[in-house]
Design a protein around this ligand. Structure first.
Ligand code: HEC
Length: 208
């Protein structure tokens, strides 16, 4: 017996000991096993072909043309929009600065600590490490050149004193930092540390 005979028996249907031919049977027979021609259901083929076409568009959209954004990109976009809104919030906070908020801040240890750090870094070169004055006026005496209130101090720190070495810090520092530095300065007034001679009009220390 040859291999071909063992594996493929190509006898046609309708032989003497074969059952009556069935129109659905296909022409071949393997080891006597026959098969119907059962096409895949059209809904199945449609999904199969559809998913291949979809995959093509998917690759084009996300990987070739790059129109679609992946989760990482969406996360970064969300983060960026949060950051930009935070700047807006900071700016809004700066607009809402009032005598009351500055007074309230002066009791907030975190804001004071931040303000003190900014003072050391940005202001001490002119106002002295303790605020007792060098090029800039003594901020610890009980006199003030510009106005008398906390808001007057805030306006000088934010907008500067034109024509002097005191620049507009509102253009260099984020609003929250300008507020923190001003808050720190308000706690200096009235400490009367020895330093630069008093300038400006007499004002008292702020109520704690
Ligand atoms: C380059 C030097 C310089 C630096 C740095 C500087 N200042 Fe001044 N500052 C001055 C001078 C000069 C004046 C006085 C302006 C005037 O005569 O009108 C002044 C005035 C002020 C006043 C008003 C004082 C008053 O009596 O009205 C405040 C408040 C003040 N500075 C806070 C700050 C803070 C806070 C910083 C840091 C963020 C800072 N300054 C950094 C030079 C400086």
């Amino acid at each position: 017996m040859t291999t071909a005979e063992a594996t493929v028996d190509e006898t046609e249907p309708g032989g003497s000991d074969e059952p009556a031919p069935d129109a659905r049977l296909m022409g071949h027979s393997y080891d006597g096993i026959r098969e119907y021609d059962n096409p895949l259901p059209s809904w199945w083929s449609a999904i199969f072909v559809g998913s291949i076409i979809f995959a093509g568009f998917y690759v084009l959209y996300f990987h070739v043309v790059g129109w679609g954004s992946n989760p990482k990109e969406r996360y970064q976009a969300a983060l960026a929009s949060y950051e930009s809104k935070r700047e807006e919030r900071d700016r809004a906070d700066a607009m809402n600065v009032s005598e009351e908020t500055l007074e309230h801040n002066a009791r907030d240890g975190a804001i004071l600590a931040r303000g003190a750090a900014i003072f050391t870094e940005r202001c001490a070169s002119c106002h002295g490490p303790k605020g007792a004055g060098l090029i800039g006026p003594n901020l610890t005496d009980d006199r003030q050149i510009h106005g008398s209130t906390r808001m007057d101090l805030f306006r000088v720190v934010r907008g500067g004193a034109p024509g002097t070495a005191m620049v507009a810090w509102g253009e260099q520092l984020p609003p929250a930092d300008v507020i923190a530095a001003t808050t720190f300065v308000t706690t200096l007034r009235g400490k009367k540390l020895p330093g630069k001679a008093p300038e400006g009009l007499p004002v008292g220390a702020f109520e704690p």
